[in-house]
Design a protein around this ligand. Structure first.
Ligand SMILES: *Cc1c(COP(=O)(O)O)cnc(C)c1O
Length: 386
């Protein structure tokens, strides 16, 4: 596939092996492959953990193309991708700069585990690039950010992150799960490495736990070697499911972008809602930056209903369509209260510092018709008044 085709076309055709003419590659369930070379290297022995079955190759090719990267690899979860990349970057006892407000699993790894491995981390205020330099140490190797933060959809100036990394010889890594490559092609933009929870938009069907890493060929090969030894590889059936999900990525994310935009506007005009957080709204602090840097803003939004925690619990209870649960990117709309899920591990003052109120409701829009969702939220919000 060439660059002259749109991304939505390329996702369908890139990397397809056409084995025996089959439009869909067969699932290579075998854990044994006959050796073709007399003296193979460890990573070239064909074996599912070593990421080299045809099912691995086809999804890796699509993911690399999506991010505008030379190479990619899939992993058994988003955290397998994130932990492998961080351990690889900081091997030998490095230090890293992390954006504030990280995804909960990443926060746990960074702030409660890295020190046990002789690695260290500092948190930077991502909105204040002038403050980053003071956090540098001689052993700083990595700067790590997210494309959109959970749940308030903060967008930082990604140009500044990429430039800062170049200027100080750091590896820049972005967790691009929330934007997805449809809204932000992170490696093409200039990040060295993009990581994903493919559990979310990339698979998009709420039926697979997987992750992905994309970057230049040399780094990805090196990371794959570590991944092969740590063992966080995706099995062939998982690769097949991800492959199936990826084919509709453009359709799904396009729909979710549009639904989130319309639902955010609807809620922002609702008299039982205090505040709505989505970068498509002109009063979002990062509205201008999102418009400049992202193709669109994704399917996650958050709002605070009038009436505090009681009202928030009543709204969630009264909603008929959304499932009350964490995650994002699937066909069904989900609602959660971040103070009870993703941010339950933080202290009340830490949550307050991030602007996450106890009555904040996060919505991850699915693929339902937007009019049905608006009607359901309207009915549930009215129920808080009775
Ligand atoms: C879900 C998620 C992860 C972790 O992914 P898993 O597939 O659950 O391991 C990492 N980062 C972000 C932003 C996520 O939403």
């Amino acid at each position: 596939m060439t660059d002259r085709h749109h991304l939505g076309t390329r996702i369908i055709h890139t990397g397809e092996p056409r084995i025996d003419g089959s439009a869909v590659p067969p699932i290579f369930q075998s854990t044994v492959f006959e050796q073709s070379e007399p003296d193979p290297s460890y990573d070239s022995v064909r074996y599912p953990r070593l990421n080299n079955t045809p099912n691995h190759h086809v999804v890796a090719a699509k993911l690399a193309d999506l991010e505008g990267a030379e190479a990619a690899v899939v992993t058994a979860s988003g955290m397998a991708a994130i932990s492998t990349v961080i351990l690889w970057c900081l091997r030998g006892g490095g230090h890293a700069l992390f954006q504030n407000g990280l995804y909960g699993g990443t926060h746990g790894l960074v702030h409660h585990q890295l020190a046990h491995f002789g690695m260290s981390a500092s948190t930077i205020e991502a909105r204040d690039p002038a403050s980053w330099e003071a956090a540098l140490r001689p052993e700083t190797k990595l700067i790590y950010v997210e494309s959109l933060t959970n749940p308030l959809c903060q967008v930082i100036d990604h140009r500044k992150v990429v430039d800062f990394a170049k200027q100080h010889g750091l590896i820049s890594v972005i967790d691009n799960t929330f934007a997805s490559p449809m809204n932000f092609r992170a490696v093409d933009f200039g990040y060295d490495i993009a990581v994903h929870s493919a559990t979310k938009y990339l698979n998009g069907h709420s039926d697979l736990c997987a992750g992905a890493i994309a970057g230049d060929r040399g780094r990805v090969d090196d990371i794959v070697h570590l991944l092969n030894l740590l063992g966080g590889s995706l099995d062939a059936m998982g690769c097949y499911l991800l492959h199936r999900g990826l084919r509709t990525l453009e359709l799904r994310v396009g729909r979710q972008n549009e639904t989130a935009r319309r639902l955010a506007t609807f809620l922002s005009e609702h008299d039982a809602v205090e505040r709505v957080h989505h970068p498509t709204l002109p009063d979002h602090p990062d509205h201008a930056l999102a418009k400049e840097l992202l193709a669109d803003c994704g399917g996650v939004l958050a709002f605070e209903p009038a009436g505090g925690v009681d009202a928030a619990m009543k709204v969630i209870e009264a909603l008929e369509l959304p499932i009350h649960g964490p995650s994002l990117g699937g066909p069904e709309t989900l609602v959660t209260r971040p103070c009870k899920t993703s941010h339950a591990g933080l202290s009340p003052s830490e949550r307050e510092g991030l602007g996450i109120a106890d009555h904040l409701i996060r919505i991850a829009v699915g693929l339902e018709h937007v009019d049905d969702l608006c009607a359901d939220f309207d009915r549930a919000l009215r129920a808080t008044r009775t």
